[in-house]
Design a protein around this ligand. Structure first.
Ligand SMILES: Nc1ncnc2c1ncn2[C@@H]1O[C@H](COP(=O)(O)OP(=O)(O)OP(=O)(O)O)[C@@H](O)[C@H]1O
Length: 213
């Protein structure tokens, strides 16, 4: 379960230019539930997701994962908590380019101090249709293939919360529905909360709960 209350944030000011103050609506997503967060470009969807992922520190309000208050964590606590409990699908994948696709998946286990789940990586690669690419470098993959690897990486640790930033932006209609279906099935199997931020209108009909920013 992930929930936020009265969450506020502002990016640091640069050269005295005032920055936008964000106030986000209260939100909760229970174990096994899915939530779609929609909003036009620039409304703060990525910012909201990065606050939930503890990649940014809020200026006010609270965030709980499994009823544990996490908004006050320092960066070391946040990194350890995130590696063990949160799977993130970034808008841009951030792979380690010197490693193979398989090793990028296993790196998620390594960073969370978990044993390397090679069978799970193989299973996810087959389900997401990139099993033939496991030995390649991530730079040899198309953008849509990289996006699917990024989704698999977020699922490697059976995280309790999966946060996805525009996971379908590079996918055609067939792959879009296939990937969302897989993401929903996998997160429901592990009882995780799935939060997706997007402006992809194709996703509106496949998620029951919507939050508009
Ligand atoms: N590092 C940063 N420093 C200062 N301002 C930022 C930074 N990142 C984002 N912003 C600003 O915050 C606002 C919200 O950005 P954000 O990326 O969260 O929006 P978004 O809704 O995800 O947009 P999009 O759909 O285009 O990805 C934008 O006006 C953006 O310019």
């Amino acid at each position: 379960m992930i929930a936020t209350q009265q969450l506020t944030f502002a990016y640091p000011t640069q050269s005295n230019v005032p920055t936008k103050q964000f106030t986000f609506p209260d939100f909760s997503c229970a174990d096994g539930e899915t939530m779609l967060i929609l909003g036009k470009s620039g409304r703060g969807k990525t910012t909201f997701l990065h606050l939930m992922a503890l990649l940014l520190k809020p200026t006010g309000g609270s965030i709980q994962i499994h009823n544990q208050e996490i908004s006050h964590f320092d960066s070391a606590q946040a990194a350890a908590f995130r590696a063990a409990n949160v799977g993130i699908i970034y808008q841009k994948p951030h792979f380690v380019h010197s490693l193979s696709v398989l090793d990028n998946l296993l790196l998620a286990n390594y960073l969370a101090n978990k044993s390397l789940a090679k069978e799970k990586a193989q299973h996810l690669a087959e389900s997401l249709g990139f099993a033939d690419h496991l030995a390649k470098k991530t730079t040899q993959l198309s953008q849509g293939e990289q996006q699917r690897v990024s989704i698999a990486r977020a699922l490697m640790n059976n995280a309790s919360v999966i946060l996805a930033d525009e996971p379908t932006s590079n996918l055609d209609d067939d792959n879009c529905l296939r990937v969302i279906d897989l993401l929903k099935t996998q997160t429901s199997e592990i009882g995780a909360s799935l939060v997706v931020v997007t402006h992809d209108q194709r996703l509106k009909d496949v998620f029951e709960k919507h939050l508009y920013l």
